[in-house]
Design a protein around this ligand. Sequence first.
Ligand SMILES: NC(=O)C1=CN([C@@H]2O[C@H](COP(=O)(O)OP(=O)(O)OC[C@H]3O[C@@H](n4cnc5c(N)ncnc54)[C@H](OP(=O)(O)O)[C@@H]3O)[C@@H](O)[C@H]2O)C=CC1
Ligand SMILES: O=C(O)CCC(=O)C(=O)O
Ligand SMILES: [Mg+2]
Length: 422
Amino acid sequence: MANGERITVQNGALNVPNNPIIPFIEGDGTGPDIWAAASRVLEAAVEKAYNGEKQIVWKEILAGEKAYNQTGEWLPSETLDTIREYIIAIKGPLTTPVGGGIRSLNVALRQELDLFTCLRPVRYFQGVPSPLKHPEKTDMVIFRENTEDIYAGIEYAEGTDEVKKVIDFLRNEMGVNKIRFPETSGIGIKPISKEGTSRLVRAAIQYAINEGRKNVTLVHKGNIMKFTEGAFKNWGYEVAEKEFGDKVFTWKEYDRIAEKDGKDAANDAQSKAEQEGKLIVKDAIADNFLQQILTRPEEYDVVATMNLNGDYISDALAAQVGGIGIAPGANINYETGHAIFEATHGTAPKYAGMDKVNPSSVILSGVLMLEHLNWHEAADLVMKSMEKTIASKVVTYDFARLMDGAKEVKCSGFADELIKNM
Ligand SMILES: NC(=O)C1=CN([C@@H]2O[C@H](COP(=O)(O)OP(=O)(O)OC[C@H]3O[C@@H](n4cnc5c(N)ncnc54)[C@H](OP(=O)(O)O)[C@@H]3O)[C@@H](O)[C@H]2O)C=CC1
Ligand SMILES: O=C(O)CCC(=O)C(=O)O
Ligand SMILES: [Mg+2]
């Protein structure tokens, strides 16, 4: 058993042996503390669910500071090759310096492996401290596009020959006269494509239909960025109508009916579609969306958006249900089956090595991974134990500081408690 076997993909479906080899990246900062806790919990759940018939065989792969110290490279090509070969991996957070230095390794992993969806489910666990009166009304799944947008890293620093070339090109050849301070600007470029949008929105709609969700919202700032974010909205509606036909009712259709027959007719058509169980595909401008997720969270279900919006929305929604200590995620290519599971949060460097932070985000990312492997019994054991442990008020510092009568435990202590409560 200890040697393990490879997960394979056949006809688009995962073929998971009883002893899959799963590569892991420990992560920087608080990563080692969290990974030690999370891996123990996942192992215990698998052992308890399958009495030793199934077992994950972990295989460490290097990225970030540990990789640099051992190999002189931040993201060795062997790491990428191993994930390509073993299909599924899980990782802790990796540090990215601000304003210079290496570009994000987290983003590089997603781009190199073309993991085009960043899936981030956001739900409430009873008893978790939240700034909202009714945090249980927040139950959304974010589909964040993972390979495009300003995360492509096409940026030119102020004062360089490159930026001068780009600015000269814009001014002299494109007739641009609106760069306010051309001598001292840096420039960033935001590519958004029809292919990139279509595969992301297709995955979000398919997920919503499979999971019996009520609506998908395309979140964009298309009023200002017409040919990137506005195009995302248009292409998203196109995918919904062309590929999902009768299964969906879109706000584009609503507008067509309203224009032809008036708003009452459009409202009737939407109500009828809802009664028939059709998925409603709608859109929201990002700033309005960010206020409505606080004031009317029950109106939103699956969210499809671009990379930067998705990054902001992920942390904002996580805060609504108790913070990024409990916000899981997965980076998935639904076409090849490749996936890397990882938390929404970063390395939280001020707590590094203190055995202090909440390991739940990586643990719940592991739950997403177990579900992805169809190991639902083990996933359920972790979920039930998480609910029970939080309800008993045995929690890490982040929850303890906001809860009355809580018992604060360390990162490792929270893992012990989860295993005890399984
Ligand atoms: N996917 C990835 O690997 C990501 C990596 N990063 C990188 O991480 C580094 C630090 O980023 P930063 O912006 O500080 O964001 P972080 O998410 O690392 O931390 C911000 C704050 O969130 C809280 N927090 C984070 N993790 C936990 C946890 N496990 N349990 C409880 N609370 C937690 C802490 O809040 P408090 O102070 O209130 O206790 C912490 O100070 C940067 O280099 C960044 O680029 C960032 C995001 C994702
Ligand atoms: O890569 C990073 O450092 C930050 C990434 C991030 O914030 C995210 O994926 O949510
Ligand atoms: Mg983020």
